[in-house]
Design a protein. Structure first.
Length: 511
């Protein structure tokens, strides 16, 4: 009697229980590195003798490189096999993390971060695809909920881990910490799933699509990163980057929609459930990442927090998120996923709007309250959103859909970081002009300070710092008002999704 081929069958028992955490940990590691250096930027800037704005390139260079390779995952999985792509990416991620920690100049660090991002990109959708492949049908929603939990918790854990390591052992350890995790994920996945790799198809490489993707994404991120320093569209360089980004994007769309084997399969957007999920992901995750970058910057530059304490504030994002993710996964089959998503977004929007009342004398626990609310709402949105997005496509489109949804997530984080920090700085400058113009009693305050023993220059500096501090505070409130409004609109847009005709069932993730 012929032996049954079980390579495409789901795992069960202990094999499944051991495999899911490994796949989730790989995703956690890749997403963690989007934010782990956020609070370490001042340390990196001081160590490498660069400005803080230059230090943020360490964040965006990784994000943009990761974003470029994420949508290629579908093609890579078909060409080489999902398990092989995952294992090579994990090992490469660990290797380039090691080189990042050894970098002694901004150019070296950015170069190695780009290479690290190129390896990290496939880890997110590949871990998701493999998880859906090995999980039994009745456990796929729960498994995806656990995987999504790592997506929510990793950006929160990044500032905590990065801050603690930067303050105690030095910023290079924010990269060295990846090495044992990467090796463990690669070895265990290969041992468990090597004989269960997905079938391979030798499709032609869409080199034109790949080049166009790199061109428009790279040009757009360069424009966003350098716009503030170069006075935006008053600069010929910024105008050129903007034109390249727009023309490159339009050319990319036209080319990919007309190719038989595109490097990025945009045809999955024909499914309305996927298209609305993708749009909601773009806006919500951008808002999420923007706040994760902005709050630590504000706390460190304006309230005198250390990297460790700023990270501790952000850690409260994950307290309720850790509890709610599996609960949201179990609720998907019992409650309309659109109601869960909209409710989650309303909680996030309310929490964001609460932040417009932030003041200079906010206590640690007052800050923590807003983070707790964010952690409650994020799983209610993200878990059903991922389920709705992946269940809306055909089984053979799972890898491409996973790549695209993770691409949008990564891109939104990179773009939101640049846009929100720029908006924050510009509003602070405008606010300063307004505050100075409406300043009353400045001469009396200076005289009082001089009577307390300060020199004229010291008194002026004190007044200038006070004005700047209030200007930045106003700017922070204004940014959160804009973000909150965007989240409210997104919550309403969720209802454009088609109503599920029954319980949301995930595809297997096969090809």
């Amino acid at each position: 009697m012929a032996q049954r081929d079980d390579t495409s069958l789901p795992l069960t028992g202990m094999a499944l229980a051991l495999t899911i955490p490994v796949l989730a940990m790989a995703n956690f590691m890749a997403v963690l590195d989007l934010t782990i250096v956020n609070v370490a930027v001042p340390h990196i800037s001081g160590s490498l003798a660069i400005s803080t704005s230059e230090g943020t390139w360490v964040i965006t260079s990784y994000a943009i490189a990761e974003a470029i390779t994420v949508p290629l995952t579908g093609w890579l999985a078909q060409r080489f096999g999902a398990v092989r792509v995952f294992v090579v990416a994990a090992l490469g991620f660990g290797f380039f993390s090691f080189l990042c920690g050894l970098a002694d100049s901004l150019a070296m660090l950015v170069a190695f971060r780009i290479l690290q991002g190129l390896m990290g990109g496939p880890l997110m959708p590949m871990s998701q695809t493999l998880l859906l492949r090995v999980a039994p049908p009745h456990l796929r929603n729960l498994s995806l909920g656990l995987w999504t939990m790592t997506t929510i918790l990793a950006p929160v854990a990044g500032p905590v881990v990065g801050g603690a390591l930067a303050d105690s052992w030095g910023w290079p350890w924010a990269f060295f910490i990846n090495i044992p995790i990467a090796i463990t994920c690669a070895v265990l996945t290969w041992r468990r799933l090597a004989h269960r790799d997905t079938p391979t198809v030798k499709n032609a490489v869409d080199y034109v699509g790949l080049i166009l993707l790199m061109v428009w994404v790279g040009a757009l991120q360069i424009m966003l990163d350098n716009g503030e320093n170069d006075d935006w569209f008053a600069s010929g360089f910024i105008v050129t980057m903007a034109l390249i980004a727009v023309l490159g994007f339009l050319s990319f769309l036209i080319w990919e929609m007309t190719q038989e084997n595109p490097i990025v399969d945009l045809r999955v957007f024909r499914h309305r459930g996927f298209a609305v999920s993708a749009a909601a992901m773009l806006l919500t995750y951008g808002s999420f990442m923007g706040s994760i970058v902005l709050i630590p910057l504000w706390l460190q530059t304006n309230l005198g927090y250390t990297a460790t304490w700023a990270g501790s504030v952000m850690a409260f994002n994950g307290v309720l998120g850790l509890v709610m993710a599996p609960v949201a996964a179990m609720m998907i089959s019992r409650v309309d996923p659109r109601l869960l998503m909209s409710s989650g977004l309303l909680i996030i929007a309310s929490t964001t709007l609460y932040r417009i009342g932030f003041t200079q004398d906010m206590t640690f626990w007052q800050l923590a309250i807003s983070q707790l609310g964010f952690g409650l709402g994020m799983p209610l949105f993200f878990v059903p959103m991922m389920s709705m997005a992946m269940s809306a496509v055909l089984p053979e489109e799972t890898a491409s859909a996973a790549g695209l949804i993770n691409f949008l997530r990564t891109m939104s984080g990179a773009f939101a970081t640049a846009i929100i920090t720029t908006l924050w700085a510009n509003r602070a400058t405008l606010n300063r002009s307004d505050v100075v113009g409406n300043l009353n009693g400045a001469d009396q305050l200076i005289d009082r300070l001089k009577s307390l023993g300060l020199s004229s220059d010291q008194a002026l500096n004190y007044l200038s710092n006070m004005v700047q501090s209030q200007s930045v505070m106003l700017s922070t409130n204004q940014v959160f008002l804009i973000v909150g409004a965007i989240l409210l609109v997104t919550a309403a847009g969720i209802w454009l999704m088609p109503k599920p005709t029954g319980p949301v069932q995930m595809p297997s993730g096969g090809h």
